[in-house]
Ligand binder design. Structure first.
Ligand SMILES: [Fe+2]
Ligand SMILES: [Fe+2]
Length: 151
């Protein structure tokens, strides 16, 4: 893993708030997609998406807690959620969001380590394990390989 420069607590709060807005986006996306996805062949994955929604809520709670610990204020707005009537589109939107989320958390873990904030890095490691599972569930449902991560 690449080393990261030490960032300020203020900068970390800003970055964690971007992560939080992404977690809110994930909660909303998974709620809406799990309930609107049509077609017998998507029934199983729709159930998985409903489970992802509850895990994303728990991530949001943990990230908000860390922001408060750094004396920041958690944001209240999600990143925008794309909508489509097509199940494949929904799965692709989720896959892309998970991919971006994993890249962001990999960077955040390095930054937390560089700051000596080991409790934060451990929280993020537990979250990233679930994000990777989400990514795999989505790739399997789409019948594709997991996206490659180069860094
Ligand atoms: Fe998440
Ligand atoms: Fe996720």
């Amino acid at each position: 893993m690449k080393k990261s420069a030490v960032i300020s607590r203020k900068h970390m709060i800003k970055l964690l708030n971007q992560d939080l807005a992404r977690e809110y986006q994930a909660v909303i996306g998974y709620i809406v997609y799990s309930q609107t996805m049509k077609g017998a062949k998507f029934q199983h994955i729709a159930g998985e998406l409903a489970r992802h929604a509850t895990e994303e809520l728990s991530h949001a709670m943990q990230i908000a807690k860390q922001i408060d610990y750094f004396n920041g204020t958690p944001v209240t707005m999600p990143r925008p959620v794309k909508m489509s009537a097509k199940a494949e589109d929904m799965l692709r939107f989720d896959l892309e969001n998970e991919r971006v989320t994993i890249i962001a958390y990999r960077q955040r873990i390095r930054q937390a380590e560089a700051m000596g904030e080991f409790a934060l890095s451990e929280v993020l490691r537990e979250i990233i394990v679930q994000e990777q599972e989400h990514l795999t569930d989505l790739a399997n449902a789409l019948g594709i390989d997991n996206p490659k991560f180069t860094e």
